[in-house]
Unconditional design. Structure first.
Length: 103
């Protein structure tokens, strides 16, 4: 029974946190410096997720030629910067990873 109470309390807390942002809409205006920085949040979050996956191989940071994921990631970054096409970026990244793992 304690597990059910814990799940109920966690659900209420989660709902309260999410609802607070909806309820505050229009009543709170963040500072301009904060609003200027908001566009950088998605790229910072994605970088924080992807960078360790590119650099870590079996728990070790490998930045040399023995890490095909790192080089495939760099290929994907270059393709994304040049053509700004998501599907092409994913395809080139996968192809580079496949080729580098076979070498």
């Amino acid at each position: 029974m304690n597990l059910w109470w814990l799940m109920l309390v966690c659900g209420v807390i989660t709902f309260g946190i999410r609802y607070s942002f909806i309820a505050a809409e229009g009543h709170y205006q963040p500072p301009t410096w904060f609003r200027r920085l908001l566009p950088f949040v998605p790229i910072a979050a994605l970088t924080a997720i992807a960078a360790p996956e590119l650099a870590l191989v079996q728990g070790e940071i490998i930045l040399g030629g023995g890490n095909p994921r790192l080089w495939a990631g760099l290929v994907a970054i270059i393709v994304a910067a040049l053509w700004r096409n998501t599907l092409l970026t994913i395809g080139c990244g996968f192809l580079a990873l496949f080729a580098l793992q076979r070498i």
